[in-house]
Ligand binder design. Sequence first.
Ligand SMILES: Cc1ncc(COP(=O)(O)O)c(C=O)c1O
Length: 452
Amino acid sequence: MTDAQPKNLFGLSEQDKVSLLAKLRRNQGDAQTRERVDLAEIPDKFVRFEELPGYKQLRIQHAVAQQTGILNPFFACHDGIAKQTTSIGGTPYLNFSTYDYLDLNGHPEIMRAATEAMHQYGTSASASRLVSGERPPHRALETALAELYGAENCLAFVSGHATNVSTIAQLFGRKDVIFHDSLSHNSIVQGGLSSGAKRFSFPHNDMTALEEMLRAHRGEYQRALIVTEGLFSMDGHIADLPALITLKKRHKCFLMVDEAHSLGVLGQTGRGVAEHFGMDPSEVDIWMGTLSKTLCGCGGFIAGSAVLIEYLKFTAPGFVYSVGMSPPLAAASRTALDIMLREPWRVRKQQAISRFFVDQARARGLDTGGADGYAVVPIHLGGSLLAGVLATALFNRRINVLPITYPVVEEGAARLRFFLSAAHDEATALQALDAVAEELPKARERTESIIH
Ligand SMILES: Cc1ncc(COP(=O)(O)O)c(C=O)c1O
């Protein structure tokens, strides 16, 4: 068969090409008309941040706080290093809002290590370590952390939050299942959501309920993760590591433990929840921790098998597509870790003052919600308004302790959260607790009068 008409580039005859172009023009016209109609139907509120429901809620909260004389305790600007005392706007306060559990922030040795690293490598790693390469402080920090957990290797990320999100989302997918404690940190929950895996939240520290869930659901999925915190950040409860290890073995799961608040806090030498229970840390598959608390820096880490770290190092989005840790910060955290191991008295001091604080709080009839007496001690109050009123009263007495309110915790579970560190002494603890005991009845009355 001969081809009478010449073919164009797409192999169409001239006639077919004319007909196709006419059809495309018609379709385009239809699409434009449709677009005009559709766009007219989109209300203006969808292009205004002021109309975000969450923003409106925030404005209401701020307005209520302003009208009732509750100070906004968030984002206070401190004038120097926040220790047992801190200066805010030139005024000194007793301070119970620092993660610096071993009183290391500003330690001369840490400052020297950070300064030396800064002179040698500058302040920035300049790009992802994958492309801009590493600096010796990165590997030195990771080697020290791997050793701490008896792990084959370790990887440091620039954010603790991103460490959890990236690691969980990278390791698990739609055919997998994640069992997490109901009080898990937001970063664990976000990691689970991003992974696409099926998620089950087990009642806080309830190993019987977890086992029931595992029996009912583990078998339906491929890989399974149990994830928890060594020491819970809002409640100061310790996870039942021995039971978790038994369950993860029995039900063929990976176990991940977030040590954000247990490193430097639990165990005789601050090695965390495994040391607390005298367990072999290699029983845990994924150790996660942050550098922002005891280690006085910024970032997070994963410690585990060589294979796990190799995989994350080449694939975890929060590592591969994010800048490497600033070398001075890596040097600072590494030095803080050295001091922690060299000076276990800091750990003991932090543990003793935490125990003292929790005992004294209970002696005053304050509700510490079963806190185990390690660094994080909540005073449970119930409503968010009461927590705000009490925190304001304490701030007016020069005591800086932050209220934890909805949505960080469930409504009705608001509290003041005290952080204790090796910097605190008994006199300061008693002064704060006496102030809480005195102010609480007044704050209750005030809250009642605001509501009714
Ligand atoms: C349990 C827990 N995991 C992870 C994070 C995130 O760590 P970072 O603040 O260092 O990003 C936090 C933060 O406080 C935390 O409490």
